[in-house]
Design a protein around this ligand. Structure first.
Ligand SMILES: [Zn+2]
Length: 205
């Protein structure tokens, strides 16, 4: 099966072509192009989050731990009467290390227990769910950025699924649902909701 490097290289080339076309056809600006490029490359890592020993999962776990630790540090080093803040520096450091390991381990454990390799993460809902999540954040940046990010996110994840399908001579990664129909339905509903949320955010705020 194609490895991490193959997936990211193919996504890098595809995203570069996508961004270039967007620039020519729709005059995407720098913000739109760079965000879209990043959404495309990182999208190629998403399906293999269901793989217990994969690089994308370790990377994602690292960033989830780091992000949560940063939020905890921001909270405990700020002023406030709740929990007697700000904390002394050694305690902040301990809280940072502790929360990194706590959130990192929890995130990895959830993925380990809840996913199966080439299960729902390797299905046609994933590109649209991932694009929807990106769009919720990009919706505040204007229509051009929203469109760029949505398209490249879809293409990034899709490039992974397509590559797996071609390399394995199977349509399995391009399936609409898995044998677990209830879980597949929930995933599609979630996908629709997330995209709808991005749509609402764009038009209402
Ligand atoms: Zn894969």
């Amino acid at each position: 099966m194609p490895n991490f490097e193959t997936h990211t290289s193919v996504a890098a080339v595809t995203s570069a072509v996508g961004v270039a076309l967007g620039g020519i056809l729709f005059e995407w600006d720098n913000t739109a192009s760079s965000l879209a490029f990043f959404a495309g490359i990182s999208g190629s890592m998403v399906p293999d989050l269901d793989h217990d020993a994969s690089k994308p999962r370790r990377l994602a776990g690292f960033f989830v731990g780091l992000g949560c630790a940063a939020m905890v540090v921001g909270f405990v080093s700020g002023d406030g009467s709740f929990l007697n803040r700000p904390w002394p520096r050694e305690h902040v450091l301990l809280a940072a290390v502790g929360s990194f390991f706590l959130f990192n381990t929890t995130f990895l454990q959830i993925l380990k227990n809840r996913t199966k390799h080439r299960g729902l993460f390797h299905s046609l809902a994933t590109p649209f769910l991932y694009a929807g999540i990106w769009s919720c954040f990009a919706a505040g940046q204007g229509g051009q950025t929203l469109m760029a990010v949505w398209f490249l996110a879809v293409i990034g994840v899709f490039s992974h699924l397509l590559l797996d399908a071609v390399a394995g001579f199977t349509f399995n990664p391009l399936k609409v649902a898995s044998e677990d129909l209830a879980a597949s339905t929930r995933l599609w509903i979630l996908t629709a909701l997330v995209n709808f949320l991005a749509f609402i955010r764009f038009f209402a705020f």
